[in-house]
Design a protein around this ligand. Structure first.
Ligand code: HEC
Length: 112
């Protein structure tokens, strides 16, 4: 009985962290991938149309600060009067926005 309980607690603890990461990836898939693509490279019809950057490129990651990313996600991006990306202030919590910044930073080639 006691062993069963321990195992259960262990499994719960083990799944707690990945669950949060996968929440963020499903958030990204739902709200962001339409333009940025599941792989973050922006190779989608919308991504091409609005000039989405390639998140999976070291050069992009180096020239962009976390603050710029936060601000883009919260306020959106408008260039020459054209709305390129909508903002999520008030729709996503600051914690969700923070998680998304980390998610964008974590594409496989981003740090090379
Ligand atoms: C309608 C298309 C669209 C959607 C949806 C979208 N983006 Fe973007 N995003 C863009 C475009 C286009 C740019 C580049 C705009 C520019 O710099 O000219 C961009 C830029 C960014 C940047 C870079 C900002 C910078 O300063 O370089 C981040 C980070 C970002 N998006 C994250 C997200 C996240 C996270 C989501 C989902 C919550 C999202 N985007 C949803 C189109 C979109």
């Amino acid at each position: 009985m006691r062993i069963g309980l321990c195992l259960c607690a262990f499994l719960l603890a083990a799944t707690a962290i990945p669950a949060r990461a996968s929440d963020t990836s499903s958030l990204f898939e739902k709200k962001c991938a339409g333009c940025h693509g599941d792989d973050g490279r922006g190779h989608t019809r919308m991504g091409r149309k609005f000039h989405a950057p390639d998140f999976d490129r070291a050069g992009y990651q180096q020239k962009t600060t976390n603050d710029e990313m936060r601000s883009a996600i919260a306020n959106g991006i408008t260039v020459d009067g054209q709305r390129r990306m909508p903002g999520w202030k008030g729709k996503l919590s600051p914690a969700e926005i923070e998680d998304l910044v980390r998610y964008v930073r974590a594409f496989p080639n981003a740090k090379k």
